[in-house]
Design a protein around this ligand. Structure first.
Ligand code: T3D
Length: 255
C-alpha cells in the first residue's frame, strides 16, 4: 500500500501521509514518496498544495523502529528530510498543512516548513527530539525561533512539552483552529482560496520571505524592489487593478 496518497481537486494537490497504524511515522519509503509527490506539485496546473495525515494523526516523526539507536546518517538526512524541507520552502506556490491529532519531531518540523497551518482543536504538537536525546532537525532550529521567538523555541525544544492546539494558536504555531475532524476540510477551503488568488505573486512573496532570513535590510529593500518589478508586470496585477477600478471581483490566473 502506498505510504503517500495524492488527490487533485481543481488546482489543489492534496498530499496525504498514509501510515495510520504508526501515526504516520516517517520511514524511508514514505519520505521518498513524499518527495515524489512534492515534485509532482511543480506541475503548473497545481496552484496550491495541502499536506495532511490520514487516520487522526499528522505524523509522529521519524519512524523510530526503522531508525533505531544512532539514527540516520548524514547522507540519509540530506537525501530525506533536507530534500523535502527545501522542496516545500522552494515550491513557488502555497503549501497549507492540515493537522489532526499529533505532530511530533520531524512531523512537527514538516508542518513548520509549510506556509500556513490549520489544526483541529484536539491537535497536539510536540518537538520530541530531546525526549530521545536528539537535536532538532528538518529545519526546526530555523523555523521554530522565527515562529515563536528564541526563548520559547529553546523551551519547546529542550523540555518537549505537549502543546495543545489552543496554545499553538497563541504561540503562532498555527494560523487557524478547526473543530475536531474539520481541519482537513477547512485547510482545503483555504488552499482553494489561495489557488484562486494571484499565485505568481504568492511565489514572489515566498521568495521574498525565504530571502529575508538571510538578507540585511538594505539587501531586502533591493530584493523587494526587484520582486515588485516582476509582480508589476504580471497580468494578475493588471487584472487586480482593473477589477478594483471596475468595482468587481478579480479573476486571477496565476500569470
Ligand atoms: O534518527 C534520526 O537521526 C532521524 C531524525 C529524527 C527526527 C525525529 O522525528 S525524532 C522524533 C521521533 N518521534 C518521537 O520521538 C515520537 C514518538 N512517539 C511518541 O512519543 C508518541 O507515540 C506520541 C506522543 C507521538 C503519541 O502518543 P500516543 O499515546 O497517542 O500513541 P502511541 O500509543 O504512543 O503510538 C501509537 C502507535 O504508533 C504505537 O504502536 P503500537 O504500540 O500500537 O504497535 C507506537 O509505537 C507507534 N508510534 C508512535 N510514534 C512512532 C511509532 N512508531 C514508530 N516511530 C514513531 N515515531
Amino acid at each position: 500500500m502506498a505510504t503517500i496518497e495524492t488527490h487533485v481537486s481543481g488546482s489543489v494537490l492534496t498530499i496525504e501521509l498514509n501510515r495510520p497504524t504508526r501515526l504516520n511515522a516517517l520511514n524511508a519509503t514514505l519520505l521518498e514518496e513524499l518527495s515524489e509527490a512534492l515534485s509532482a506539485a511543480e506541475d503548473p496546473a497545481v496552484r496550491a498544495v495541502l499536506l495532511t495525515g490520514r487516520g487522526g494523526a499528522f505524523s509522529a516523526g521519524q519512524d523510530l523502529q526503522e531508525a533505531g539507536v544512532g539514527g540516520l546518517d548524514y547522507q540519509e538526512h540530506l537525501e530525506r528530510y533536507n530534500r523535502i524541507v527545501l522542496q516545500m520552502r522552494r515550491l513557488p506556490k502555497p503549501v497549507v498543512a492540515a493537522i489532526e491529532g499529533v505532530a511530533a519531531g520531524a512531523g512537527m518540523a514538516l508542518t513548520l516548513a509549510a506556509d500556513m497551518r490549520v489544526a483541529g482543536r484536539d491537535a497536539v504538537f510536540v518537538t520530541a527530539f530531546a525526549r530521545i536525546g536528539l537535536v532538532p532537525d528538518s529545519g526546526m532550529t530555523f523555523t521554530l525561533p522565527r515562529t515563536v521567538g528564541w526563548g520559547r523555541a529553546f523551551e519547546l525544544l529542550a523540555l518537549s512539552p505537549e502543546i495543545p492546539a489552543e496554545r499553538a494558536l497563541e504561540l503562532g504555531l498555527v494560523n487557524r483552529l478547526s473543530e475536531p475532524g474539520r481541519a482537513r476540510d477547512d485547510a482545503l477551503t483555504l488552499a482553494r482560496e489561495l489557488a484562486g488568488g494571484p499565485t505568481r505573486t504568492y511565489a514572489l512573496i515566498k521568495e521574498g520571505l525565504n530571502a529575508s532570513a538571510r538578507l540585511g535590510l538594505e539587501e531586502t529593500l533591493e530584493l523587494e524592489a526587484q520582486l515588485q518589478k516582476v509582480a508589476g508586470s504580471s497580468s494578475d496585477h493588471r487584472e487586480g487593478v482593473a477589477a478594483f477600478l471596475e468595482k468587481r471581483r478579480a479573476n486571477f490566473e496565476g500569470r
